[in-house]
Design a protein around this ligand. Structure first.
Ligand code: GLA
Length: 386
C-alpha cells in the first residue's frame, strides 16, 4: 500500500502546496483473457496495489509531473503536449491529457506527484492504474467531473494513440469501476458489468510475478488482434451478422474450419472457448464453487499457451509448479502475456509452503526470484482523504 501521508509530505516539500490525492488500483484478471477486444467477457478484480497522484493547480498552463518511482520530472505546455510513441512514461501523460481534451475536459495547469506500488510492465495493469489516477487528478484540478466510463475510454484512447497498443477496455474499466470484495463480469460489447462476490471459502487469490517481460509483448499483442479480425472477416463471409468472435459458436467455428488458416483457427478457438469459460467461472464464483473456478483457470492457461500462444517458458513453469502444490485449485497466466504474472487459487493455510516451493523451483530454473503475494479485491479509483 502506498503511504499517502508520505506522498503528500513529499509533494508539499517540493511544490510548496498541500495537494489533493487520488488513487487507482491495478488489477488481476481471474479469467477472460484476450476476449475484451473481441466483444467478449472478462472477469477481473482490482487489487490492493495501485497508483496515487497528488495534485495541486498552477496559475499557468503548464503540466509538471514528478514520478517518485523513477525520480524523473516531466514538463509540458498544455497547448503543446506532444504526440507520444516515445516508449517512455511521457506517452501516458500526454495521452491522457489529450484524450481528456478530446472529451471536452480541458486540463488546467497542475503540479502532480505520482507514486505506484504495482510493478511497472508486470501484467497487473500498472499503466491503467497510472492513467486512471492521473486522469481523475487532472479532471478534478480542472474543476471538471468525468464519469467513470468516459475516463476508462480516455485511457484506452491514450493506449491506442500515444502508446501504440491496440488494447481492449478491461484494464481501465476495472480500475475505475471495481467494488471492494468483488470481481466484475464485464460484457465488453455492451459495457455492462455485474459484480461477482469473491466467494472462495478458505482459498485466496495469489499472484506470482515472474519479473520478466519479453520485448515482443506489444507487437505480438497487436498481431493477435489482427488474427482475430482476419477470423471475423473470413467467418463473416459465410455467417452473416457476425461482427466479432463473440458472435461465433464453437460448432460454427468447427463447421467452417477449412476456411481459416490454421493459426487463425486456433486463435478463434481460444477466444470462443474462453468466453464460455468466463461465463461459467462467474457462475461458479457466485455459487461458491471454488473448485470449478480453479479448473476453469487451468483450462484457460492451456488454451492461452497452446492456441493463443501468448505464454512463455517462465510463466509456464510458474503455472506447472503451482498446479503441483497441495491446496491449489487452479493457476493461469494473467494479462496480455509474454511474461508478467500468474494468478492462482491457493488454500490459505498452504500459502507459505506454496510460496517457498514455487519460488525455489522458479529460481532454480531461471535464476530469478519471483515475487509471490496474496491480493485482496479492492475498490476502484477514488479521492483519498488524509
Ligand atoms: C492487456 C490489455 C487488455 C486485455 C489483456 C488480455 O492487459 O490491456 O485490454 O486485452 O491484455 O486479456
Amino acid at each position: 500500500m502506498i503511504d499517502i501521508a508520505d506522498l503528500a509530505t513529499a509533494f508539499q516539500a517540493r511544490f510548496g502546496m498541500r495537494p489533493r490525492v487520488f488513487c487507482a488500483p491495478g488489477r488481476v484478471n481471474l479469467i477472460g483473457e484476450h476476449t475484451d477486444y473481441n466483444d467478449g467477457f472478462v472477469l477481473p478484480m482490482a487489487i490492493d496495489r495501485g497508483t496515487a497522484a497528488a495534485v495541486s493547480p498552477r496559475q499557468d498552463a503548464k503540466l509538471r509531473v514528478w514520478s517518485l518511482n523513477l525520480d524523473e520530472t516531466l514538463e509540458r505546455d498544455l497547448g503543446n503536449l506532444g504526440s507520444g510513441r516515445r516508449g517512455s512514461w511521457s506517452d501516458y501523460v500526454e495521452g491522457i491529457a489529450a484524450a481528456l481534451e478530446d472529451r471536452g475536459i480541458r486540463p488546467a495547469g497542475a503540479d502532480i506527484a505520482i507514486k505506484s506500488d504495482v510493478s511497472i510492465g508486470g501484467g497487473l495493469s500498472s499503466s491503467a492504474a497510472f492513467e486512471m489516477a492521473l486522469g481523475t487528478a487532472l479532471a478534478a484540478v480542472s474543476g471538471n467531473t468525468i464519469d467513470r466510463l468516459s475516463l476508462a475510454l480516455a485511457g484506452q484512447t491514450a493506449e491506442h494513440n500515444h502508446v501504440g497498443i491496440q488494447s481492449g477496455i478491461m484494464d481501465q474499466f476495472i480500475s475505475v469501476h471495481a467494488l471492494e470484495g468483488h470481481a466484475l463480469l464485464l460484457d465488453c460489447r455492451s459495457l455492462e458489468a455485474r459484480p461477482v462476490p469473491l466467494r472462495l471459502g478458505d482459498y485466496e487469490v495469489v499472484v506470482c510475478d515472474s519479473r520478466v517481460r519479453h520485448t515482443l509483448a506489444s507487437s505480438e499483442y497487436n498481431q493477435r488482434r489482427q488474427d482475430c479480425r482476419a477470423g471475423v472477416e473470413l467467418l463473416g463471409n459465410v455467417l452473416p451478422g457476425v461482427r466479432a468472435l463473440r458472435d461465433v459458436t464453437l460448432q460454427q467455428l468447427e463447421n467452417h474450419r477449412s476456411l481459416l488458416p490454421e493459426t487463425v483457427y486456433r486463435r478463434c478457438r481460444h477466444v470462443i472457448t474462453e468466453n464460455s469459460r468466463t461465463l461459467a467461472a462467474a457462475a461458479a464464483l457466485e455459487g461458491g464453487d471454488a473448485a470449478t473456478m480453479g479448473r476453469l483457470m487451468s483450462d484457460s492457461h492451456r488454451s492461452l499457451r497452446d492456441d493463443y500462444e501468448v505464454s512463455c517458458d517462465e510463466i509456464d513453469l510458474l503455472v506447472r509448479s503451482a498446479q503441483q502444490q497441495p491446496g491449489v485449485l487452479g493457476a493461469r497466466m494473467t494479462g496480455g502475456g509474454f511474461g508478467g504474472c500468474t494468478v492462482n487459487l491457493v488454500l490459505h493455510r498452504n500459502f507459505d509452503s506454496f510460496r517457498e516451493n514455487v519460488s525455489r523451483e522458479y529460481a532454480d530454473a531461471f535464476r530469478i526470484e519471483p515475487e509471490i503475494f496474496t491480493v485482496r479485491p479492492s475498490a476502484g479509483a477514488r479521492e483519498v482523504l488524509f
